[in-house]
Design a binder for this molecule. Structure first.
Ligand SMILES: [Zn+2]
Ligand SMILES: [Zn+2]
Length: 245
């Protein structure tokens, strides 16, 4: 089979919802080739398969290639392989957009920037935390644990974003709560990338963000409601499978 698994039409939940054990079974049964590192989820958008934590999306647009989130540290090799698989030179990656500063989203951004020359972009309220100039709010036990597990070096972003900015053909929407500078990104055709502001489960159903992982749970749930009210045709979350509208 080709290196791509097409999901835009005839969406294949049996593949899209696989965890790593499911993927291994799929490879064994021939449903996925062992070299598959991308899954097409919409026209011009592929997910990087096989990241250990979280999702990363490759978005092709008029301005070139954009990566949304970068996985935990150690994900760069897999992401570079996925860029090759869609037939784009790594030097054509223009932006690495981080939906927020958490280590499972920014963990490989510095390495990818070094290897591709892409510019790192994040909301202006998360940029100081990413750069290590502001300590993240404490008091959330799980987040303290994550930070200890994924020790990551501070990273100074090249571009800071605000609500209403357009980057790589995607409109930036500020959805604070999970972090102060969490963003979602919307394409004109109703595809919505939500980071951790609104999640999917492994069956492609909507899942609320975990209040225990949010800086401000009330604000996070208001942001999640605001995203739902946009009625996306396809929601691409930071964790879990794509959710069809
Ligand atoms: Zn997060
Ligand atoms: Zn996350």
């Amino acid at each position: 089979m080709s290196g791509k698994v097409e999901l835009e039409t005839g969406f294949e939940p049996a593949i899209s919802c696989l965890g790593s054990a499911g993927r291994r079974r799929a490879w064994a049964s021939g449903a996925l080739a062992a070299h598959d590192v991308i899954v097409k989820v919409a026209d011009g958008i592929d997910t990087v398969e096989g990241l250990r934590v979280g999702n990363a999306y490759l978005v092709r647009g008029a301005e070139g290639l954009l990566l949304v989130d970068s996985g935990i540290p150690g994900s760069a090799k897999r992401i570079l392989a996925s860029i090759e698989q869609i037939g784009v030179k790594r030097s054509d990656l223009r932006y690495i957009v981080l939906t927020h500063w958490h280590p499972d989203h920014m963990g490989s951004a510095a390495e990818l920037r070094r290897l591709t020359g892409a510019r790192v972009a994040i909301h202006e309220l998360d940029a100081p935390v990413l750069a290590g100039r502001v300590r993240p709010a404490k008091g959330r036990r799980m987040m303290g644990l994550l930070l200890r597990i994924f020790r990551v070096a501070p990273l100074v972003a090249d571009v800071t974003l605000r609500s209403g900015d357009v980057i790589g053909g995607l409109e930036v929407i500020h959805v604070p709560g999970h972090t102060a500078g969490s963003i979602a990104m919307r394409r004109a055709d109703g595809v919505l990338l939500t980071g951790d502001a609104l999640l999917g489960d492994r069956h492609g159903r909507l899942r609320q963000p975990d209040p225990g992982l949010s800086l401000d749970p009330d604000q996070a749930s208001a942001s999640a409601a605001a995203l739902r009210s946009l009625e996306p045709r396809l929601l691409l979350p930071g964790h879990g499978a794509p959710v069809r509208g």
